[in-house]
Write a protein that binds this ligand. Structure first.
Ligand SMILES: *[C@@H]1O[C@H](CO)[C@@H](O)[C@H](O)[C@H]1NC(C)=O
Ligand SMILES: *[C@@H]1O[C@H](CO)[C@@H](O)[C@H](O)[C@H]1NC(C)=O
Ligand SMILES: *[C@@H]1O[C@H](CO)[C@@H](O)[C@H](O)[C@H]1NC(C)=O
Ligand SMILES: *[C@@H]1O[C@H](CO)[C@@H](O)[C@H](O)[C@H]1NC(C)=O
Ligand SMILES: *[C@@H]1O[C@H](CO)[C@@H](O)[C@H](O)[C@H]1NC(C)=O
Ligand SMILES: *[C@@H]1O[C@H](CO)[C@@H](O)[C@H](O)[C@H]1NC(C)=O
Ligand SMILES: *[C@@H]1O[C@H](CO)[C@@H](O)[C@H](O)[C@H]1NC(C)=O
Ligand SMILES: *[C@@H]1O[C@H](CO)[C@@H](O)[C@H](O)[C@H]1NC(C)=O
Length: 905
């Protein structure tokens, strides 16, 4: 037999000599010109046959195998190179001169075919490439004699390859350069005999179901093997059965069931791998990589692919001087030690995306100064700092998309001497907090555009800037970072009181808006920003006391109107010395601390005190003077009136009060007189005018200013329930559970549990009504007989009626409207009221109650049905607001006494 095949013998260096020798040995025709080949072949009917230049066929298959060689990450094999090591075994000139017969067969008859029959009569001197694809799992019987030197490439897919009847194994002939069988049948891998295949360059077998490599592979010298791919075979371990040479480029074990990193691959003795893939296996631990025995030298692998495994943590990987790419993506990594990659001095690319990393070391990549790609996308990193990245971060691509970053990396890039212009950062998909800290990022952005060395207009280090979206605060959600001007307006999140909004305007004014947040207390702290003035809105809150807070001194404006303020503490007043705007109108303040007398608000531009029940007593005689002093800034000084005297405070004189001690009795008489006349007026009004008033207000729907109705937004309770003894059981067992524990979870104010201790119903009624958005009056015989006769009760409800529909009347079944008092009857005639017998009672009641949505702001998880007794309410309620609401009311008297301890009252 004429042997004109080139066997691989040595390394590149000796090749030219060797080739020259071979060329001399070659018979004439073999390396003559193409026209000398026979153009007619008797080709099998199932196949097509064609002569092709050897080099193009090799290129075809080489390119096909690029993928299993990891070409995506190996630019050096991105194209076919006739001079590559892959081709050298063919000799330098052979690929250029020679042709190969390509036989391509498609089987779809479901039958058996022998390889030789497919090769039918093809010149056995010619190099031959056979490619078979089966449609119905045809059997391909391997009857190729092991001495057949012209059978060079065998490619098959979806065929069941079985040995010849008289053989047990599938023997691969020595000159088979490429064996690439895909989906070969469960057992085929185990039958492969590669003892003779000295010249095999690529061995790619997939789709068999074998847990270990075949026994007959043990100890074989794979002298020319460059690419071994045993993908998708169900291997559970890999013990390096053959002896590799340093020629081996790729070992791809993707998609098996390997549970441990094959230790044998770290023996540098024979192995020098460019690409090792263990992706899609079941490796949970990288132990062999942490402790490579000294005697083994440094493993020589360039790319290790460990993606899609079950690795949970990464420890310090030992020195691998040539490791350039490490793929640890799609694992379950939670923890990476800080020195994990410190010994990988050549590392250029690291993928740890799609893991569960919450934190990386303070100097995680600092020593990997060759790194050019860091992909940590799809993890849970809350922060990434420049210190964690390679020291000399020139030309680095950093991918931190889909993490939990609250600020972009290099947020502060304008500071320091960072050179980030060679960086590319991808950082979208993070829940950015768009608060005032982003001012730094805004500065960074303008710094970049000013200092960018490249002349490009749109140059940016942040490559997906437009996709970097805000997550919080709510107002900026899903707005792109560059679309916001943080300098002109940004939110301060840190230290901002819960439920309030803190807005920094033009980096000059900090506006803290706590308007209508149903706050029962003043906030303890406010955020601070250097060189800003602070404006605080506390209006429309059920506050009772304006107390001292350290921040008061820094305020330039304070709005506390429309609250339930009863007092201002002396310390608070003193702290407000430099305030420019102070609104205290529409409160329940009776006096200012007497220390105020000596305080002049020098800076004040607008000061409001009207609509407060000023108690003009002998110790407020300083007020007219004080008002006169502030007249220029006081808003409507004329309407600051004494509650009982009905006289502007500014006109108050000693004569009005009769403050001389001798005339104490006179004062008493005067006050009693005033009081009694007031009471009688009220009685008259209620008894004779109420029908008219009710009619008027209900028909006109006239809202009576803010005096009473402003409570709607901030009231701690949704409804106050007033009932009598005879309806107690119904209220407790039916009404309360239905409302508190129904779909809407209303907060109810009930006197048995929510009233300040010891206060009679009559005393606390006005409070309860102010604290609630509506009142529900359960109308029963008892109510009509007892409560309605109490003047105060009537008065309180009267006010509810006036203040725009805040009363819901529920009439028990037996109530006869004709027997009601005239005012009640009028109200019921002009308004909807509910009868309990109404089949749609609950639906209608819900309609009459205030809508729940507005209240979400401060609602906590919420309102479990509370126990009936007071004690257990205190212990068991999880509801902070209600607790404070309650204690605030009960503590009121205590607080007042505390205030007077300052000696100012
Ligand atoms: C690693 O293997 C996975 C799965 O086959 C592949 O998607 C990925 O691109 C590979 N990574 C590298 C660096 O080759
Ligand atoms: C191929 O064809 C030649 C004639 O062209 C014939 O002699 C030979 O037997 C055929 N070979 C086979 C295997 O059929
Ligand atoms: C940002 O603004 C541009 C135009 O100024 C607009 O086209 C884009 O939709 C905005 N993007 C976001 C996310 O707000
Ligand atoms: C404060 O916030 C409330 C509700 O969020 C808003 O209606 C009001 O206009 C704000 N006030 C100021 C001064 O921004
Ligand atoms: C106010 O100042 C006067 C003297 O200027 C002083 O006599 C008086 O005690 C001061 N009052 C208070 C409450 O500090
Ligand atoms: C002062 O405050 C009141 C109440 O907030 C407001 O109505 C009025 O316009 C203000 N006056 C000035 C001069 O700003
Ligand atoms: C109160 O008594 C003082 C003298 O003690 C007297 O000067 C003053 O006029 C009296 N005021 C009134 C209102 O009687
Ligand atoms: C409502 O009350 C019923 C019993 O009356 C109880 O089973 C249920 O858990 C309560 N639901 C809530 C949300 O408290």
């Amino acid at each position: 037999m004429r042997n004109r095949k080139y066997s691989y013998i040595g390394t590149k260096q000796i090749n030219p000599v060797f080739i020259a020798v071979l060329l001399l040995l070659l018979p004439e025709p073999a390396f003559s010109f193409p026209m000398l080949f026979r153009n007619t072949m008797n080709c099998s009917l199932l196949c097509s046959c064609e002569h092709k230049p050897l080099v193009s066929t090799m290129q075809l298959y080489n390119v096909k195998h690029f993928k299993i060689m990891g070409n995506k990450y190996r630019p050096e094999i991105g194209f076919f190179d006739t001079n590559s090591e892959y081709m050298t075994f063919l000799g330098t000139f052979a690929p250029l001169l020679h042709r190969i017969t390509e036989i391509t067969c498609t089987l779809s008859d479901g039958m058996s075919h022998s390889v030789m029959s497919l090769l039918n009569g093809v010149d056995q001197i010619m190099d031959t490439a056979l490619s078979v694809s089966c449609r119905k799992n045809e059997r391909v019987v391997w009857d190729v004699p092991s001495w057949l030197t012209s059978f060079n490439i065998f490619v098959a897919e979806n065929c069941l390859i079985v040995p010849n009847a008289d053989r047990k194994l599938i023997v691969i002939p020595m000159n088979t350069w490429i064996l690439d069988v895909d989906n070969v049948g469960d057992q085929t891998l185990g039958l492969l005999d590669i003892r003779f295949s000295m010249n095999t360059l690529t061995l790619a077998i997939s789709g068999s179901k074998l847990s270990t490599t075949p026994r007959q592979w043990q100890g074989i010298d794979m002298v020319s093997m460059a690419v071994i791919s045993l993908r998708n075979n169900g291997l559970e371990e890999f013990n390096c059965p053959f002896h590799f040479t340093k020629r081996l480029d790729t070992l791809n074990l993707d998609g098996n069931k390997i549970a441990h990193f094959p230790e044998c691959l770290l023996r540098s003795f024979r192995i020098r791998l460019n690409y090792l893939s263990l992706a899609n296996n079941a490796i949970s631990d990288l132990a062999p990589l942490y402790e490579i025995p000294e005697a083994w030298d440094i493993p020589d692998i360039s790319v290790i692919n460990l993606s899609f495994n079950q690795i949970r943590s990464v420890d310090a990987i030992r020195n691998m001087a040539n490791l350039v790419v490490l793929d640890l993506s799609h694992n379950h990594i939670k923890y990476i030690t800080e020195d994990a990659f410190d010994y990988l001095t050549s590392l250029e690319v690291i993928y740890v995306s799609h893991n569960s990393i919450h934190v990386i070391g303070a100097q995680q990549f600092k020593n990997n100064y060759k790194l050019s790609i860091i992909d940590i996308s799809d993890n849970f990193l809350p922060v990434i700092l420049p210190e964690q990245l390679p020291m000399d971060s020139s030309s680095l691509l950093l991918d931190v998309r889909q993490n939990k970053l609250t600020y972009p990396p290099y947020v502060d890039c304008a500071k320091g001497k960072l050179n980030i212009f060679n960086m590319k950062i991808y950082s979208s998909g993070n829940p950015y907090i768009c608060d005032c800290y982003m001012i730094h990022f805004e500065r960074c952005q303008s710094w970049i555009s000013k200092n960018s060395p490249s002349q490009q207009k749109d140059f940016n280090v942040f490559k997906d800037l437009m996709d970097m979206l805000c997550d919080t605060p709510e107002e900026t959600k899903d707005v792109a970072l560059p679309n916001i001007s943080f300098h002109s307006k940004c939110y301060m999140m840190e230290e901002c009181p819960e439920t309030c909004k803190c807005l920094l305007l033009n980096v000059q004014v900090l506006v803290v808006n706590c308007s209508a947040r149903r706050m029962l207390d003043m906030p303890d702290h406010l955020p601070t920003y250097p060189k800003t003035t602070v404006v605080l809105y506390l209006d429309h809150n059920p506050l009772q006391i304006l107390g001292h807070r350290p921040y008061l001194r820094t305020l330039s404006e304070l709005y506390v109107h429309n609250c339930l303020l009863t007092s201002v503490t002396p310390a608070a007043m003193a702290s407000l010395r430099d305030v420019q705007v102070l609104t205290l109108h529409n409160n329940m303040i009776q006096k200012l601390p007497s220390r105020t007398r000596n305080i002049t608000l020098n800076q004040v531009k607008n000061l409001t005190l009207h609509n407060n029940p000023w108690a003009c007593s002998c110790d407020s005689l300083w007020m007219p003077q004080w008002i006169a002093r502030h007249k220029s800034s006081l808003w409507m000084p004329g309407s600051i009136t004494c509650h009982y005297l009905r006289k502007p405070v500014q006109d108050l004189t000693e004569l009005d009060l009769n403050c001389n001690s001798s005339s104490y009795i006179d004062t008493f008489l005067a006050i009693s007189l005033t009081l009694s006349s007031l009471v009688s007026t009220l009685v008259i009004v209620i008894c004779y005018r109420s029908e008219i008033t009710v009619l008027l207000y209900s028909k006109l729907g006239f809202p009576l200013g803010c005096g009473f109705s402003c409570g709607d937004l901030f009231n701690p309770y949704d409804a106050f329930i007033s009932y009598s003894q005879d309806t107690y059981n119904w209220v407790m067992d039916t009404l309360v559970p239905q409302l508190e524990n129904g779909s809407k979870k209303y907060r109810l104010c009930l006197h048995y549990r929510d009233f300040p201790t010891g206060d009679s119903i009559v005393d606390s009624l006005p409070w309860s009504i102010r604290m609630s958005r509506v009142a529900i009056l359960v109308l029963s015989k008892d109510v009509m007989r007892k409560e309605w006769c109490i003047l105060e009760v009537r008065a309180a409800f009267q006010r509810m009626l006036l203040a725009a529909n805040r009363l819901v009347i529920v009439a028990m079944d037996y109530i006869n409207t004709d027997e009601l008092p005239p005012d009640m009857r009028t109200y019921m005639n002009t308004h909807d009221y509910l009868r309990y017998e109404d089949p749609c009672f609950w639906e209608k009641l819900e309609l009459l109650l205030p809508p729940k949505e507005q209240r979400e702001l401060t609602e906590s998880d919420d309102a479990m049905p509370r126990n009936r007794s007071r004690e257990s309410f205190h212990q068991s309620t999880p509801d902070k607001h209600e607790m404070t609401g309650l204690s605030d009311l009960t503590d009121l008297s205590f607080k007042l006494s505390e205030i007077s301890e300052h000696g100012d009252y």
